[in-house]
Design a protein around this ligand. Structure first.
Ligand SMILES: Nc1ncnc2c1ncn2[C@@H]1O[C@H](COP(=O)(O)OP(=O)(O)OP(=O)(O)O)[C@@H](O)[C@H]1O
Length: 251
């Protein structure tokens, strides 16, 4: 069973403590949102879990193996900007991870095509990144992350730079793809509604240095659909979390 365990992680930048003795667990197939104010340390935690930032203390164990400095095949990352290679077509961007893994060309392009179609970009295989809108670029980023079939998907505010309508559409796309291929996801966001809509569990972080103010097991059944955002229980939870964050920031 795939699982992620973060235990006793601390990290400072110079004399500024960002994370103190942080621990969290993610179970196989679980979608966990990390919600918290700007600058509290969410991205730092994600980078540590991805092995891109070193820790001062603590451990990150993915599927029984310590995560080390190198980017591994078990992890996929989606950032706020899709960070596509401008000199590669949409299809070849999606296929990139498979290329690094040494998957033969024919097979990797077939798999990349499948995922590109899954995110609604049939017909855009040969498009260059600059020919795609921000939302389309982010779809390519999502296809690229799913294409390598990672055990753990790390998403750092992937929809943060998009307009509200595009963001809502991409949230639905992500829910649909993830429900078809569940895997561990850690999803960093400022958006309370986004966290409630997408996640099984939400960790609400305090201002820096980040600590978990509250863990919320999201009570809504899957499949999730847009209409639930207007249900009384959804609105009540949204209000509760908003108050919790406001109280922490002004404390
Ligand atoms: N490489 C670095 N060197 C120095 N300070 C850093 C570095 N990376 C992050 N920090 C600092 O650590 C703190 C946490 O940053 P981080 O990006 O993890 O927060 P965040 O919660 O993801 O914020 P946001 O939601 O605004 O992206 C910030 O004060 C930031 O300035």
């Amino acid at each position: 069973m795939a699982s992620l365990s973060v235990s006793g992680v601390s990290k400072s930048f110079g004399s500024v403590p960002v994370l103190i003795d942080q621990s969290l667990e993610v179970a196989e197939g679980e979608f966990v949102a990390l919600l918290g104010p700007s600058g509290c340390g969410k991205s730092t935690l994600l980078q540590i879990i991805n092995g891109l930032t070193s820790v001062d203390a603590g451990r990150v164990v993915l599927d029984g193996q310590d995560v080390t400095g190198k980017s591994g095949t078990g992890r996929g990352m989606v950032f706020q900007g899709a960070d596509l290679f401008p000199w590669r077509s949409a299809l070849e961007n999606v296929a990139f991870g498979l290329e690094v893994m040494g998957v033969p060309r024919k097979e990797r392009l077939e798999r990349a095509r499948h995922y590109l179609h899954l995110v609604g970009l049939k017909g855009f295989e040969d498009a260059w990144p600059h020919q795609l809108s921000g939302g389309m670029q982010q779809r390519v980023g999502i296809a690229r992350a799913f294409c390598v079939k990672p055990q753990l998907l790390l998403m750092d505010e992937p929809f943060g730079a998009l307009d509200v309508q595009t963001r809502d559409i991409l949230q639905d796309e992500l829910v649909r793809i993830w429900e078809a291929e569940p895997k561990m996801v850690l999803f960093v966001t400022h958006g309370i509604e986004e966290a409630l809509y997408l996640a099984d569990r939400i960790l609400v972080f305090s201002k820096r240095p980040a600590r978990v103010l509250k863990e919320i097991v999201v009570p809504f059944e899957r499949p999730r659909r847009e209409a639930m955002k207007l249900e009384p229980q959804f609105l009540e939870l949204r209000r509760e979390i908003s108050e919790l964050l406001r109280h922490d920031i002004t404390a």
